[in-house]
Ligand binder design. Structure first.
Ligand code: DON
Length: 306
């Protein structure tokens, strides 16, 4: 690449902007209201350089991109064995909101789908203290971002009114004792986790913190240990893109995670964090343009890990 990186990123966005396919998520009413043309990209290297183009500072809810980071916090707090005993690390090959449980043990198949993420969420803090847990989630996500984050209360209220599938999943998990608290309380707290407001810049730095072995590239705070970052990126590589995980890892080639508000992150161990944002989604629940931005970055910059 002989053009400066910000110019190159602007070119990538311009090339992706023409694609107006896909649709904004409408099962969460608040998400149906967003401006669908928004488009941003940020690269954050492990040594602290940040390059951005487009709507890099526009705010949106983190949604499923919270899952790898809360998984990291649970691993750090409880240890690998205890977390694996509750949630497996196998790709489900199904949509994010399916009840994909392992035959036999009944564990959710992985922490990136809603069932696994709901169980992982309850592993933080003291049982029976959803408020304390929400505070820990917010503090942990803020440490990954390197600045204090907040909850988008309107998005939280909106999703809470229509979280029927998550209530169903939580009730099934409760019936198997995978969670032990009231399913409604658990879904409320998990929904607050999904409603934390971030920017594309935040997400790139959060991904860069994983890529940097758990140390934030700018604040230099160690947020989680190195083995935790490795475990999280491994599970992102195999499960982060749900039922398109195989296509993703073979074509784009780095660990990633998407969310229904249109964010997507990639983490290249030892190199950089990538984040893109654009609200219209493909049938897997991932940003159409965000996926395309990542495909182009991977091809142009040789980011495929294999
Ligand atoms: O639990 C849900 O359904 C949403 N709060 C998050 C889902 C999500 O982001 C799926 N990712 N693409």
């Amino acid at each position: 690449m002989d053009t400066p990186i910000p110019d190159y990123l602007a070119e990538v966005l311009a090339a992706c902007a023409a694609d107006a396919s896909g649709a904004v998520a409408d099962y969460i009413p608040e998400l149906a209201q967003v401006e669908p043309e928004q488009l941003g990209v940020v690269l954050a290297t492990v040594d602290g350089a940040v390059y951005e183009a487009g709507d890099a500072d526009a705010g949106f809810t983190i949604q499923s991109i919270s899952k790898p980071f809360v998984y990291a916090l649970a691993l750090q707090q409880r240890g690998l064995e205890a977390v694996l005993a509750q949630v497996d690390v196998e790709p489900s090959g199904e949509a994010f909101n399916e009840l994909s449980l392992e035959k036999g043990s009944g564990r959710p198949l992985n922490p990136m789908i809603n069932a696994g993420a709901i169980v992982v969420h309850t592993m933080l803090g003291d049982p029976g203290d959803p408020q304390g847990r929400c505070e820990q989630v917010l503090a942990g996500l803020s440490a990954f971002a390197g600045r204090p984050l907040g909850v988008d209360e309107a998005a939280y209220a909106s999703e809470s009114e229509t979280a029927f599938r998550n209530y169903a999943i939580a009730n099934m998990l409760r019936s198997r004792d995978s969670i032990v608290e009231d399913p409604e309380d658990v879904v409320a707290a998990y929904t607050r986790q999904c409603s934390v407001r971030v920017t594309t810049r935040d997400l790139a730095l959060m991904a860069a913190t994983l890529a940097n072995g758990g140390v934030h590239p700018l604040s230099e705070e160690r947020v989680v240990e190195e083995w935790v970052a490795r475990q999280v990126m491994s599970v992102m590589a195999t499960c982060g893109m749900y039922d398109s995980a195989g296509d993703w890892i073979s074509t784009v080639g780095f660990p990633a995670k998407s969310g229904v508000s249109g964010g997507i992150i990639g983490a290249l161990p030892g190199q950089l964090g990538i984040a893109a944002f654009s609200p219209r989604l493909d049938p897997h629940g991932s940003s159409v343009r965000g996926v395309e931005v990542c495909r182009r970055l991977s091809a142009d910059m040789g980011l495929h890990m294999m």
